[in-house]
Design a protein around this ligand. Structure first.
Ligand code: TYD
Ligand code: MG
Length: 458
């Protein structure tokens, strides 16, 4: 076997014949590492050989995905996957160390083996005893068809797979698994890519479902290989803060469903519990009769979610006023502060402003603009927002309130949780055409920020 030395960017997988300081692809500095690459067979080899392994199918005879879905028995995960696990698919789960990836997958494995599926858990990082200890902590009886191997060598793993022939395989984690066919050490780009490629091939060939666990780097992306994301069908991120026990599973890529779908879990002493009514949970600790607290109806994927946005505005004691945000985009917040200054005539120039989304949720959609602005104004003016109000709407630079998508979903969620009043963009109200007239909700359409604050901070 011929090998040659190449240099690979750990960030994006860009290959170069010599070492470079800055990657021309992703512009990252010092990201190149030396790796050995096996020389590929020349192109056209397959055609010369004349053998074709696969056969062409008629597209209208290919089985629809819906029929091939396997419910993982964990509803929140099924929801994120778009309705269950598609047979022959590869799912990559990324997340910071200790967030609960192994716990989640062990729960999935146990649930699947309980319904008679054969599951192979490849524990490449922990011993079988450690995994057993975790399983005991989960407090459930371990099903009979759940197998575990503690192996890091891909070839041995594949041997186990052919012996056991499982329906579902979990590789925890892909970064420590290595193949003999490549000389470089485990965790390098070529190793990870090759191993993931082999698992993908296995999944596509045999209709096996594969879960790959991937570590994330300090800046939150999957360690090194972006290339990994191209190889798999779904990429899920498991996020959460150490301070609280909520964990959010987010789909960032899904070939069989919508992305940005989220599933919410709570880490308990006996494993991860699904949170079936997240809006209620996010609002339980909301302070009553305190200024600077507002509730937004946001949409995460296809699911409406009510969350509390908190603002604290206090006079700057010296120097530049501070602006800090958690869960809200900093630049968006700066823009809203400027709009409040200019269009609602609040003089925030000498005020420190802190913004926070309760429960560790990150809000990216502009529908929360009006809520953020209302929370800031409420704290600044020391006037409470009624605890039965839900607010949403996009704020434009002219102070105008713009319509947002799926207003009916948001209103329904507010109604379900017993809120009494919804403040929303006037244009959304027009589109609704009186649909919520007899719902018992007071629905107020607003056109600009001044009018909105007039209603909210009465
Ligand atoms: P783990 O699944 O090992 O994380 P990862 O695989 O993502 O690195 O989760 C480890 C953390 O979860 C650890 O800090 C202990 C905590 N934990 C619980 O709080 N309750 C439990 O039942 C289990 C199994 C773990
Ligand atoms: Mg783990």
């Amino acid at each position: 076997m011929k090998t040659k030395t190449i240099f690979v960017c750990q960030e994006c997988g860009y290959q170069s014949a010599k070492w470079i300081g800055k990657c021309p692809e992703c512009e990252k500095w010092n990201s190149f590492v030396e790796e050995m690459e096996i020389e590929k067979k020349p192109a056209g080899h397959r055609f010369l050989a004349g053998a074709i392994a696969s056969s062409a199918q008629k597209l209208n005879q290919v089985m629809p995905v819906g029929q091939l879905r396997l419910k993982t028995q964990i509803e929140e995960l099924d929801h994120v996957l778009g309705g269950g696990l598609v047979s022959g698919s590869v799912v990559l789960i990324g997340g910071a160390p200790g967030i609960g990836k192994s716990t989640l997958l062990l729960q999935v494995c146990n649930a699947l083996s309980k319904i008679g599926k054969k599951v192979l858990y490849v524990s490449a990082e922990e011993s079988a005893q450690q995994t057993k200890l975790r399983a005991e902590r989960l407090g459930e009886k371990i099903a009979d068809s759940l197998y575990i191997v503690t192996e890091t060598n891909l070839e041995s793993i594949l041997e186990h797979v052919s012996k056991i022939s499982p329906d579902v395989i979990v590789a925890d984690s892909i970064q420590v698994i290595y193949t003999d066919s490549i000389a470089s050490t485990a965790g390098t780009i070529s190793q990870v890519r090759e191993c993931a490629g082999q698992f993908t091939a296995l999944a596509k060939r045999g209709g096996v479902c594969v879960f790959l666990v991937g570590h994330v780097t300090k800046d939150g992306s999957l360690a090194g290989p972006r290339v990994l994301e191209h190889l798999v069908d779904c990429v899920l991120y498991f996020e959460g803060e150490n301070k609280n026990n909520f964990r959010i599973l987010r789909a960032v890529k899904n070939r069989f469903g919508s992305t940005n779908e989220i599933g919410i879990f709570e880490m308990m002493s006996s494993g991860l519990k699904e949170v079936s009514n997240p809006s209620r949970m996010f609002l339980t600790e909301r302070p009553q009769f305190v200024s600077g607290s507002a509730v937004v109806a946001t949409i995460e994927g296809t699911r409406p979610l009510l969350v509390e946005i908190q603002a604290l505005v206090s006079r700057t004691n010296f120097g530049m006023p501070q602006r800090r945000t958690t869960g809200i985009d900093f630049n968006r917040a700066a823009l809203l502060i400027a709009v409040l200054e200019k269009r609602a005539h609040l003089s925030l120039g000498a005020q420190d402003i802190f913004l926070n989304v309760a429960g560790g949720v990150k809000i990216v959609e502009p529908a929360a603009d009006l809520t953020v602005a209302a929370a800031i104004a409420s704290s600044f003016k020391e006037k409470n927002i009624a605890s039965c109000d839900v607010i949403f709407g996009e704020v434009g630079l002219g102070g105008e309130i713009r319509a947002v998508p799926q207003a009916d979903l948001r209103i329904n969620e507010a109604k379900k949780l017993g809120f009494k009043r919804v403040i929303l963009p006037e244009n959304n109200l027009k589109i609704l055409e009186g649909r919520f007239k007899n719902s018992g909700l007071d629905i107020i359409g607003v056109r600009d920020i001044k009018e909105a604050l007039g209603f909210i901070l009465k």
